[in-house]
Ligand binder design. Structure first.
Ligand SMILES: [Zn+2]
Length: 293
């Protein structure tokens, strides 16, 4: 396990999307990318290895939707434990000596919302059970910390942070996916959301996927004021598209690296990517960080 608080002064490089390449392997088949942890482990390991080769020291497990609730939509609920176990082993095998494995959790797909569009199912007994089990599976495999991805609702992020802290000793890097105005889905500002997450027990805070690159510095500043380690992992797909993995990346590796590298000087200690970010982007960022040091 890792001491996230010890990361205050050292910029570390995380990976980017693990779904970019894997999504294509699921095309035409009614399975989620997480099913590949068992059905095509070599493909998953190849993605992790490409990021490790590019210089990523932090690798996320291919488990964003590997909870029984989301897997049930594919008839795979009974494979949740096996898929999390393989995911963690694949990331650990690919991580280089001293590498760190992040247990990735995302909110359930919007399609599982109940009464009205956009309603979260987080907080239901069914959801609490599914995430509780996934947190135990990932903890038992020895993930170094939990990584929250794509949480646009602060209520969901605080709920899952609190649940992890009740179940596991692993630290939590609570990342939020903010909208173009820098707010959560409830309309909460980045500063207020950051404070709420620290209250809920988050050991580190971060920006996940959205918004655009221009807003990153100001939003990272708001998170840094909480005095905990901060990550920035932007996505580079156009937002609002139905499938986040489709469409060409909006930024070249060089432009991505040029936008992110200065955040290290501001005090952001974990840099990586989300939707659309490839090993080529991470390699360019590794080179940019190296030339700054
Ligand atoms: Zn994303």
């Amino acid at each position: 396990m890792i001491d996230l608080a010890a990361l205050h002064s050292t910029p570390l490089l995380a990976d980017g999307s693990v779904g970019n390449d894997l999504h294509g392997r699921c095309a035409g088949r009614a399975i989620p990318v997480e099913a590949l942890n068992q059905e095509d482990p070599e493909a998953v390991r190849a993605v992790h290895e490409a990021y490790a080769d590019a210089g990523a020291q932090l690798l996320r497990t291919n488990t964003a939707q590997a909870n029984a609730l989301a897997l049930a939509a594919y008839g795979l609920a009974d494979r949740a434990e096996a898929l999390n176990n393989s995911a963690s082993a694949l990331a650990r095998t690919a991580s280089q000596s001293g590498g760190v494995v992040m247990g990735a959790l995302a909110p359930p797909p919007e399609s599982l919302g109940t009464e009205s569009p956009g309603t979260s199912v987080m907080g239901t007994a069914q959801c609490e059970r599914a995430y509780g089990e996934q947190i135990i599976y990932l903890t038992d495999t020895g993930v170094d910390f939990f990584l929250l991805e794509h949480f646009s609702r602060l209520g969901d992020a605080t709920r899952i942070t609190d649940q992890i802290k009740r179940i596991s000793d692993a630290p939590v890097l609570a990342q939020l996916k903010l909208d173009a105005t820098g707010r959560t889905a409830e309309g909460t500002s980045a500063s207020e959301a950051a404070a709420a997450l620290v209250d809920a027990g988050a050991d580190a805070l971060g920006l996940s996927c959205a918004p655009g690159m221009r807003e990153l510095a100001a939003l990272a500043e708001a998170l840094l004021r909480q005095g905990v380690p901060v990550s920035v992992m932007p996505g580079i797909r156009r937002q609002g598209r139905p499938a986040p993995y489709r469409g060409a990346p909006l930024l070249s590796p060089a432009a991505f690296a040029a936008a992110l590298a200065p955040l290290g000087r501001m005090g952001v200690t974990i840099l990586g990517g989300c939707c659309g970010v490839t090993p080529l982007h991470i390699r360019a960022l590794a080179e940019a960080l190296q030339s700054e040091s």
